[in-house]
Write a protein that binds this ligand. Structure first.
Ligand code: R5P
Length: 292
């Protein structure tokens, strides 16, 4: 948690990818939303303008860095804020895209998590993001950076579903399931996942004691839906009753939703870090805890 650097007025500036979070934060923190103009030139290049006078003000920019055009928009907003002589910039990145390539897995690869973070950090006094794929990527921003988690908010939503168990789709995510299970007051466990490549995962059978039980699966990201679909199929084989799949960041690439439904899930739940039809959990309350 951090305190506002300058006591006095402050503005929230919303990027177009995160308008609902910016509005929620504005209400929660009682900080006005700055008026902005965003438009595209005929060749699709972007134009942004901040209409309020933010000179010497502390500013919070809110923008998810997915998909790619939203990254450029964030850079332009940061530049507009700097050109307007704001006092300090906090960049809130609800979903930090490009985080999964966080190391050089093969010689010659770009480390996208680092490349992007370094550029965002250049024009930020502080960065806040939500459930980054790995916590250590926060160091890549080279500025004060914080992460908050959506897990308690997702767990509160899942609590209404009468769950008997929460599962992590792999052992590395077990802590997330454990935290959720403590809020829901149910059992927790994990599935045996092996990633073959970007689009293929294998979920090995493992006796999970889910017969006739309501199960929730919780992950940081659902992208192609491959991980969740395989997990759902395994749980169906083991005769689970109802299956709820949940994540912080719902990318839902390609046919992900179709895959999840045809694998037999009862409900799909995500937060609004990427706004979509399944954004049933608001992330602003968790972010606002970090800004006092
Ligand atoms: C991987 O480590 C992540 O936590 C998610 O499990 C993964 O990104 C999900 O991807 P997909 O939906 O494509 O299986």
């Amino acid at each position: 948690m951090f305190t506002i650097l300058k006591k006095g007025s402050m503005y929230i500036i919303s990027g177009t990818a995160s308008e609902s979070i910016a509005k929620d934060l504005s209400k929660k923190l009682k900080v006005p939303l700055a008026k902005t103009i965003t438009k595209r030139f005929p060749d699709q290049e972007l134009y942004v303008r901040i209409m309020d006078d933010i000179e010497n003000e502390e500013v919070i920019i809110v923008q998810t860095t997915y998909p790619d055009p939203n990254i450029i928009e964030l850079f332009l907003l940061q530049n507009a804020v700097i050109e307007a002589d704001a006092e300090a910039i906090t960049t809130v990145i609800p979903y930090y895209g490009y985080a999964r390539q966080d190391t050089m897995f093969k010689k010659g690869e770009a480390i996208s998590a680092k490349a992007l973070a370094q550029l965002i950090g250049l024009n930020s006094d502080r960065v806040i993001t939500v459930d980054p794929h790995k916590e250590y990527i926060l160091d890549f921003f080279n500025t004060d950076s914080y992460s908050c988690t959506a897990v308690p908010s997702i767990a509160k939503y899942l609590k209404k579903k009468n769950l008997d168990m929460v599962l992590a789709p792999d052992k590395g995510a077990l802590n997330r399931a454990k935290t959720a299970s403590e809020i829901i007051n149910c059992d927790f466990d994990y599935m045996e996942k092996t990633r073959i490549d970007g689009e293929t995962v294998e979920i090995k059978p493992k006796n999970l004691d889910v017969e006739n039980k309501n199960v929730g699966i919780i992950d940081d990201i659902i992208s192609t839906g491959g991980t969740m679909a395989k997990s759902i199929k395994e749980l169906r084989k083991q005769k689970a009753k109802k299956i709820f799949v949940s994540c912080t960041h719902g990318l839902f690439a390609d046919q992900a939703i179709k895959k999840l439904n045809s694998a037999g899930c009862d409900e799909i739940i995500s937060t609004d870090t990427i706004e979509n039809d399944y954004s049933k959990v608001e992330i602003a309350p968790a972010i606002s805890e970090y800004i006092k």
